[in-house]
Ligand binder design. Structure first.
Ligand code: HEM
Length: 484
């Protein structure tokens, strides 16, 4: 067999390969810098694991569109495999019949337009609570920790969508989920030397992950048991499928037993973990970066505020709902520009199920593929002044984030594209419109846009390194804040 022609890559060391280029750095930025030197397809040897980094729109189109089916699996990584739970969920599951079934359930039942609509009143209530809380903080003259508030808001919305209103184990469930996700974002030697028994013996990454994940599954099993008991106590007359949260929907499908792969408690627990994990980290991060960029660009902030206040009227509207938002074109351009500069998941993980040739290079079956969408959406070949925050670049442009344009794919593209776009956009737009309508925002004392720290922290998603604190000055009279 002729020798494979592999993509070029940075110099390697014995045993650790290219790991020394990446350890301790922000991987999306380091990979971007390396790819500018070695090309849009770059071979990395992460310990004993061969990986290819994809860093241009042309390469994204070939990998995620032309060869979508070939590259629609996820790599097998020891700590991640524990969360994949033998392929029972969605996010980490390898491509196959089981994933296809769960993806269909996700799109048709859990994240359907009906479910997003069902959450409308709840979103408005939770955003209203936050606006009131910010107004209270503003009246004391203290700064608001935006990072913390938007993370909690997105947690509350998604847990409500999944489990209904507050449930007894919510605190414990979210704490364990966050611990598990934090562990996933960490560095584990075993992920780079999966065949080494010595590393497995020395490293505690897998052990810790198993312990935390089994706690998550136990809590879910308790919640499900409680739900069954409550249903029995309420009797059959209490069924109203219009009010079903995601757990109710899955339990109904379990009872109907019409799926090719019957839903077990473990499968339900895995899917719900995937959805809560995928939703909370990303939407909170996006809102955090939107407010950071606007605070550093007062002219864009003023323009967005003017638009919201003009479209919604200056008559001190108390509650803004999703149906009010259709005309907020500039605000949507701001969101796109932030997704371009700060995609919450800057690297998408894929794996090819077959040998494949891309740009004349061979990508052997089973290679881990790191699609660096961060590098792609800052590529000077496609973006003028790519490092500059300029929402106006989307003016008169048809470019959206639905995966049609390979140079801008913050939600991925192809078969594995994010199924939560509508869920996420409706919360992002509603929250931002309320923030802009009700308050003027200022950097905390002493900070200027030029000196403001915008450094990043990578842990699977990219957040601010330091929480964002802003001072809120109510724009409308406090009397017109959404009432309790
Ligand atoms: C700003 C918000 C969000 C961003 C930027 C984002 C981004 C992404 C990306 C890049 C992927 C991988 C796509 C690929 O492989 O091509 C993904 C997958 C996924 N996302 Fe999101 N996401 C967001 C919000 C959400 C929300 C709110 C939910 C659920 C309520 C969600 C559920 C999922 C699921 C289940 C997958 C796995 C899909 C699969 O593997 O088939 N995401 N997301």
């Amino acid at each position: 067999k002729p020798k494979n022609r592999l993509p070029p890559g940075p110099w390697t060391l014995p045993i650790i390969g290219s790991l020394h280029h990446l350890v301790g750095a922000l991987p999306h930025r380091t990979m971007m810098a390396l790819s500018r030197r070695y090309g849009p397809l770059m071979l990395l040897r992460l310990g004993e694991v061969p990986a290819v980094a994809v860093s241009s729109a042309e390469a994204v189109a070939l990998v995620m569109k032309t060869n979508d089916l070939t590259f629609s699996s996820r790599p097998s990584i020891p700590t991640m495999d524990i969360l994949a739970c033998g392929g029972k969920g969605i996010v980490f599951a390898p491509y196959g019949e089981h994933w296809r079934q769960m993806r269909k359930v996700c799109i048709m039942e859990l994240l359907s337009s009906k479910q997003v609509k069902r959450m409308e009143g709840i979103r408005a209530e939770l955003v209203g609570n936050l606006i009131r809380h910010i107004a209270d903080t503003a009246s004391t003259g203290a700064a608001v920790n935006i990072s913390e508030k938007v993370t909690r808001l997105s947690n509350d919305v998604v847990t409500w969508a999944v489990f209904g209103s507050k449930f007894a184990q919510q605190g414990e469930y979210l704490r364990t989920l966050y611990d598990t996700l934090a562990l996933l974002g960490g560095f584990h030697l075993i992920d780079f030397f999966p065949s080494s028994r010595l590393v497995r013996w020395l490293s505690n990454g897998e052990h810790n992950m198993k312990r935390r994940y089994s706690r998550v599954q136990r809590i879910i099993a308790d919640i499900i048991e409680g739900r069954h008991e409550a249903k029995e106590a309420a009797g059959s007359g209490a069924c109203n499928t219009n009010d079903d949260d995601m757990l109710d929907v899955l339990l109904r499908l379990q009872q109907e037993d019409a799926l090719a792969f019957p839903l077990t408690t473990e499968i339900i627990g895995t899917v719900l973990f995937d959805i809560v994990g995928a939703a909370t980290e990303t939407t909170g991060r996006l809102l955090e970066w939107v407010m950071s960029e606007l605070a550093c660009h007062p002219e864009a902030m003023a323009k967005a505020q003017l638009e919201v206040r003009k479209v919604l009227g200056e008559d001190h509207r108390a509650v803004i709902t999703n149906s009010d938002l259709a005309e907020l074109h500039y605000m949507r351009m701001v969101i796109k520009e932030v997704l371009r500069l700060h995609p919450p998941t800057p690297i998408i993980l894929r794996m090819n199920q077959e040998d494949c040739k891309i740009m004349d290079y061979d990508i052997p079956k089973g290679t881990s593929v790191y699609v660096n969408i961060f590098a792609v959406s800052r590529d000077p070949k496609h973006w003028e002044n790519p490092e500059q925050f300029k929402p106006e670049r989307f003016e008169n442009s048809k470019m959206d984030y639905m995966g049609t344009c390979s140079e801008f794919t913050p939600f991925g593209t192809g078969r594995r594209r994010c199924p939560g776009i509508q869920f996420s956009s409706s919360l992002t737009e509603l929250t931002l419109a309320n923030f802009l309508y009700h308050f003027d925002w200022m950097l905390p004392d002493g900070a200027t846009p030029a000196s403001f720290d915008m450094s990043e922290k990578f842990a699977f998603t990219v957040s601010r390194r330091y929480d964002l604190h802003l001072r809120a000055i109510p724009h409308v009279s406090l009397k017109s804040m959404p009432s309790k």
